[in-house]
Design a protein around this ligand. Sequence first.
Ligand code: FAD
Length: 479
Amino acid sequence: MFKRVVLLLLASAGLALGVATWNAVRAPIEPITSPLLVNDVSQLNPIPVNRVITPTTTEEIVEAVKGHEGPISIGGARHSMGGQIATVGALHIDMRGFDTILAFSPSERTITVQAGARWRQIQERIDAANLSVAIMQSYANFTVGGSLSVNVHGRYVGRGPLIRSVRSLKVVLADGSVVEASPDQNTDVFNGVIGGYGGLGVITEATFELADNVKLKRHDRTMPIGEYERYFVDEVRGSATAVLHNGDIYPNAFDTVHAVTFSRTDDPLTVADRVIPEGKPYRLDRFLGWVVSDWPFGKVARQHLIDPIVFRGEPVTWRNYEASYDTAELEPASRAASTYVLQEYFVPVDRFDEFAAHMRAVFTHRDVNVINVSIRHATQDLESLLSWARTGVFAFVVYYKQGTSARAREDVGVWTRELIDVALSVGGSYYLPYQIHASDAQFFRAYPRAREYFALKRRLDPTNKFRNELLNKYYHPPG
Ligand SMILES: Cc1cc2nc3c(=O)[nH]c(=O)nc-3n(C[C@H](O)[C@H](O)[C@H](O)COP(=O)(O)OP(=O)(O)OC[C@H]3O[C@@H](n4cnc5c(N)ncnc54)[C@H](O)[C@@H]3O)c2cc1C
């Protein structure tokens, strides 16, 4: 059986290869842009704004916010995928140049940065002191401000959302005042701004706790999906050495999990680089991504041919190396007719099997081109007002390919709402930085403290200056 699959694969590979290899591996084509058209990495959400500013000082931000009566939107690295960074006619504050590292204390293991700084910059600064970012996404391209405003998470075992590693932050409110907030000071602002999608003000600075940059050894195991929850609870969550973990559910059967754990080790390094070198062309990664998404049997090839090669051996790397992936490895040659996007659902740990079964049914019924479903775990967050982890949760991160036509986008909306209903039915939630398909009822059920957040917004931003497509959809200020 396996031989037949391989033969079929090779035959289809031969056919397909001649047709389009070049399209997949050539450098990405830059989309047509204008400075006044704010778009995100998915290229699905071009939004015309009135003016764009690129501040480098807090004073510039204060003046811009104080002096502007109309809508203001804020952008970081632009990796949210549903218009969270802009609204029509806004003054857009592009934070990418506001990126100075303000203070670094190796002895206190803290760093203070301006909000446009990216994780990568922080890694380059703290690596020599053998320190590491405590909580961040899997990739290092994101800005601190964008990450705080989404309250992101990563693959860190025993850690939860980013709020857990924030000592304090500064934010420019709608009246131009600069407020410092922390878990003990202006707590309402702290808990509202983190995960608040830029709706309360502009985050200008943040201080984070850091972790040790330890050596990590990778090990992996493949198992039927029904065994994963127990495996995670027994072997990963309780492990004294596990630092990073994720499981990948293989499409299209969605019945097998490839669990990958990185554990602390004293073994010698097998990869000498301390962080991944910048500017790599990622031709092979992009080619393999295209094989998995577009080739007949591409998904079977990944599970049975590609991954066994990619995951050979047990490499030993630095934590900072493993945390310095570049989203360039995912970038297709063009996003004009189709694009690669993410979604994410959060499910209480003991409801894993239930959600996974329903998710498989939705994907199969709706014929979704799923490339990967990555599972991560996050601890509870009862602090942030728009918390997505009201209990300890498994996150199901869905990476898939979709068309860009209006019809294709409507179709995605249909199965997205179905999946949100499934997540809600098991006491879970869904993630807000992606396409905005949830109904009002779904949003308020997934985020029961949203009304508290909106009440705070009314108090701090009474004229509704800070806007974007996400807030426009669910926030309905009086009048
Ligand atoms: C390939 C890829 C991988 C991803 N992996 C993960 C992952 O592993 N874990 C995870 O949790 N998420 C993940 N995400 C989601 C990602 O973390 C969020 O989209 C995050 O917001 C990206 O940061 P950014 O700098 O691009 O923010 P942007 O998209 O630019 O902004 C996000 C939000 O933050 C607001 N904002 C930005 N800067 C400020 C500021 N200074 N003050 C106030 N508000 C501000 C914006 O208005 C917007 O509402 C991933 C996304 C992609 C595309």
